[in-house]
Design a protein around this ligand. Structure first.
Ligand SMILES: [Zn+2]
Length: 284
């Protein structure tokens, strides 16, 4: 029996400046920058509620510590909580000990609020790749059950075009890796359905690509940031690249999200992982 593929809607929950490589380096400056995450996240929660979609929110530990009521609101709406590091640092620029500390601090931040330990992790900038084989050891040691930090594409900041495209069990660990969605087309992996790519591509192209994946029985893993919906923010002190990667295509995004959530059925990542495990157990 072929069950319908389980598609996943994920959110990387962070302030607008925490994902900007030009402004996020100096954590001491963060208190000087305007916090806009609550309003943007509430807008997203409204869109998800209007389509009755349950999602997975990978929360930056720093945001959890500064906006615990927002985290409670997300959990009360039934969404799954995972972690997204504490200070939004590149995993591939950390030592294993530094990564252990980031994981512990972000897990504690969420546990203090909800009383529960999250099962999932996404690295800032999808920065787990072939250069960080130790990262899976850290994740397993921290008690995490799945990771969604590998983007099987080649891009400026992140990605590993040779990595598997579909969810897989990490060898030697009780840990699943769930890569962000790509379409294999013309001999290459194309990023579709998430972040910058959802903003930039016409929705008809996104839908065509995602329907192809769905027809092939592949799960769609969409990622999104609340700041992408925030058209009111200022942007001084950003680089030319960030003007495009962070700001292009924002105006049409709310409408694209509505159409995406209408055309495909999404759930939290824990459901996709739970559906994978018995398949592999039976195959062993
Ligand atoms: Zn992020």
């Amino acid at each position: 029996m072929n069950a319908a593929p389980r598609h996943v809607f994920t959110v990387d929950l962070e302030e607008w400046f925490q994902g900007l490589t030009s402004t996020n380096r100096d954590v001491a400056r963060w208190p000087l920058l305007e916090s806009r995450v609550v309003a943007a996240t509430r807008q997203l929660l409204g869109i998800l509620a209007s389509r009755r979609v349950t999602a997975t929110f990978f929360v930056l530990g720093h945001v959890a510590d500064h906006h615990p009521a927002l985290i409670e609101e997300i959990a009360a709406a039934g969404h799954e909580l995972g972690i997204h590091g504490y200070f939004h640092r590149f995993v591939n620029r950390m030592t294993p000990a530094e990564f252990d500390a980031e994981l512990a601090r972000s897990l504690e931040a969420l546990e203090r609020i909800t009383g529960e330990l999250p099962a999932g992790h996404r690295a800032p900038y999808f920065s787990i790749n072939a250069s960080t084989p130790w990262a899976f050891d850290c994740l397993a040691r921290a008690g995490l059950r799945y990771d969604s930090s590998i983007f099987p594409v080649r891009s400026l900041l992140y990605g590993d075009p040779t990595a598997p495209r579909l969810p897989y069990r990490v060898p030697g660990h009780d840990l699943w890796e769930v890569p962000a969605t790509t379409l294999r087309w013309g001999g290459q992996n194309w990023p579709v359905g998430g972040g910058f790519y959802l903003r930039i591509l016409p929705y008809a192209v996104t839908r065509w690509a995602l329907r192809r994946l769905q027809a092939a029985g592949e799960p769609i893993v969409v990622y999104h940031h609340p700041w992408e919906l925030d058209t009111g923010q200022r942007y001084d002190a950003v680089t030319a690249r960030e003007r495009v990667t962070h700001y292009a295509g924002r105006r049409g995004l709310a409408d694209k999200l509505q159409r995406l959530l209408r055309d495909f059925t999404f759930g939290p990542m824990r459901d996709l992982v739970a559906a994978q495990a018995p398949v592999v157990a039976a195959a062993r």
